[in-house]
Design a protein around this ligand. Structure first.
Ligand code: GAF
Length: 385
């Protein structure tokens, strides 16, 4: 519904019969570069976006959690008892918020019972991590209301644990980190092995640029299929190469890998190794030059995901090609792949031409019309009322 704070507080009162203790918001994210590198202990460079999920929350006197959503006003809240809740014990969308409370307790932080009403402007299934936005808004709320004092870094691991174990999606730490650590005008450079992060300036407006998200409307889910298969290939590649994680291989190790690995595993490994190098290059480019110099890295990242990692699809390739044809500086699919969104970095003056080129290419190919919108690096999770 994308409610104002007043609307959401009123909707909460109508739903649960009490006023909320507060409202917490957490953003979705766009990953600028560094795809599938997070669970390989590698590097990522995402940023928080302006679209966010907001949760209105109130502490209960017992240990029940009740969650409802503005998207299903007629559905009864999903209820769980924190004293008996087990891994995998909640199905559907409520597994994300309730999973966060479960994960918080697994990490040794005792939570109060809560009533939660969720609202969001992050499109679901578009590759912008509506799931992390939901997890992180709830994590921020329970952290404050329970006076738990958990650091942002640990909150990210708690969101990831909820997603891995309650939802069953074997995802990495990138999305929660972006949602919690993002800042206006910056991307988050994260070393997924050490957990260290650093903000990198990403001043798109100052450089006369726009970053367009092209939502292909081909939806994807990371709890099924290709994502888990790619993760297994990476683990196999690391094992056969005798390293703890693919992070431990560099581009010069690829010649040896070509002799050790089967052809498909080699290509999966090559994507991760070269993508890690591209993230480090992108940080250098942003620090010493500016976003206008990112074009070739974005294009190379997409080619690697299309040809080596094989996680693109016809709609994503069409979006990238049509954007580049119309003068985009760079373009690539973003997120886990198999659908979702592409990003195109464009000069502000070219934005309209890029949009119409992509729309025209989708129409000619007989694809559903994409949804195209600009994003700016925004703030991470926070209490908003
Ligand atoms: C999804 C996952 F949730 C992330 O952890 C990451 O692996 C990404 O796909 C691919 O880079 O968003």
């Amino acid at each position: 519904m994308n409610a104002t704070p007043l609307d959401l507080a009123a909707a909460f009162t109508e739903r649960f019969g009490t006023e909320p203790d507060g409202l917490w918001s957490a953003p979705g994210r766009v990953n600028l570069i560094g795809e599938h590198t997070d669970y390989n202990d590698g590097f990522v460079l995402p940023f928080a976006i302006n679209q966010s999920t907001t949760v209105a929350a109130a502490v209960r006197q017992d240990r029940l959690v009740r969650v409802a959503s503005t998207f299903a006003p007629d559905e009864a809240p999903v209820t769980a008892d924190l004293d008996t809740l087990e891994e995998g014990g909640v199905q559907g969308w409520a597994a994300y918020p309730i999973g966060v409370l479960w994960a918080m307790e697994q990490a040794g932080h005792r939570c109060p019972g809560l009533d939660l009403l969720v609202d969001s402007s992050v499109p679901v299934g578009a590759g912008l991590s509506s799931s992390a936005a939901l997890e992180c808004s709830v994590a921020a709320a329970v952290n404050d209301l329970g006076e738990l004092g958990v650091s942002l870094r640990e909150l990210a691991t708690i969101g990831q644990l909820a997603e891995n174990r309650m939802v069953g999606a074997p995802t990495g730490i990138m999305d929660q980190s972006a949602s919690l650590l993002g800042e206006v005008g910056h991307a988050v450079f994260l070393d997924c092995r050490s957990g260290d992060s650093r903000l990198v300036p990403l001043d798109l407006e100052g450089a006369g640029l726009e970053l367009l998200v092209i939502d292909t409307r081909v939806s994807h889910a990371h709890s099924t299929g290709g994502y888990a298969a790619r993760r297994r290939s990476c683990e196999l590649g690391a094992e056969l190469m005798g390293v703890p994680a693919l992070r431990d291989l560099s581009v010069k190790d690829l010649a040896e890998a070509a002799g050790v690995l089967d052809e498909e595993t080699f290509r999966r490994v090559r994507h991760i190794v070269t993508e890690n190098a591209r993230v480090e290059d992108a940080v250098r480019v942003l620090t010493s030059g500016g976003p206008a110099d990112l074009g070739s890295l974005l294009v190379a990242s997409h080619a690697s995901m299309r040809d080596d990692f094989e996680i693109s699809c016809a709609e994503l390739d069409t979006a990238v090609d049509a954007a580049l044809d119309a003068g985009a500086i760079g373009a690539r699919m973003t997120g886990g792949g198999f659908g979702g969104a592409a990003i195109a970095l464009v000069r502000a003056d070219d934005a309209a031409a890029v949009r119409s080129s992509v729309e025209g290419a989708f129409a000619s190919a007989g694809f559903r019309a994409p949804v195209i919108f600009g994003v700016l690096p925004g703030a991470g999770a926070a209490r908003t009322a």
